[in-house]
Design a protein around this ligand. Structure first.
Ligand SMILES: [Mg+2]
Length: 207
């Protein structure tokens, strides 16, 4: 993937988040404070509008991360911002990111999210979408799949991971205050993470 493809990912994800902002906010209203869709819509929109030209993919990701940190409220701004900046750092100065490089970037994003949020799998957070996505990506890569197929595997695993949060009881974040009453609702951060990876799968075959 070149810089234009990463920029296309951010723009496309901004569209997906915008189209789904109502659902994300309803999910957050059920077990949180009801602002996730609105917050993330504002953050990705800002990121899409401030994409730099003429820089390598790593710088595109870092710029998007900075925009999201500065414009997304709640806990998700720093988490998504960290994910994108760590991914950008992992990619370094490469002009074109191959399947192995993108896998390393996704792994770095997950590590950053877990360091910041201190969440493990099963806590009912975005980690429950991102961790299986990274694992699925790495498994596809080890099987010899190309970048687009690895990303598709990651996006499918993220969607399933988000679905699986419905039955979990939250152990992190605002939803954890609800205890057993958090069961029966999809985690909004896992839902949006699945959306972001779907966005990546949509553009991954195009450059
Ligand atoms: Mg919220």
């Amino acid at each position: 993937m070149n810089a234009a493809a990463f920029a296309a990912w951010i723009r496309h994800t901004a569209e997906l988040v915008s189209a789904d902002a109502g659902r994300l906010t309803r999910l957050d209203a059920a077990i949180g404070d009801g602002d996730h869709g609105h917050n993330l819509d504002r953050g990705f929109r800002a990121a899409a509008e401030a994409l730099p030209d003429g820089v390598p993919p790593g710088k595109v990701l870092m710029a998007a991360g900075r925009s999201i940190v500065s414009r997304t409220g709640g806990a998700s701004g720093p988490l998504y911002g960290t994910a994108l900046r760590r991914a950008g750092k992992a990619v370094g100065d490469a002009g074109d990111v191959g399947a192995a490089g993108l896998g390393a970037a996704l792994r770095a994003a997950l590590d950053g999210v877990q360091e910041l949020g201190k969440a493990a799998e099963g806590d009912k957070t975005m980690v429950d979408a991102l961790a299986p996505a990274v694992a699925a990506y790495e498994a596809a890569l080890a099987d010899g799949s190309g970048l687009a197929d690895c990303v598709r595997a990651a996006a499918d695993a993220a969607a399933k991971g988000a679905d699986d949060t419905v039955l979990m009881q939250a152990r992190k974040g605002r939803a954890s205050y609800l205890g057993p009453r958090s069961v029966g609702h999809m985690d909004p951060g896992a839902a949006s993470t699945a959306l972001v990876l779907r966005g990546l799968a949509d553009v991954a075959g195009e450059g």
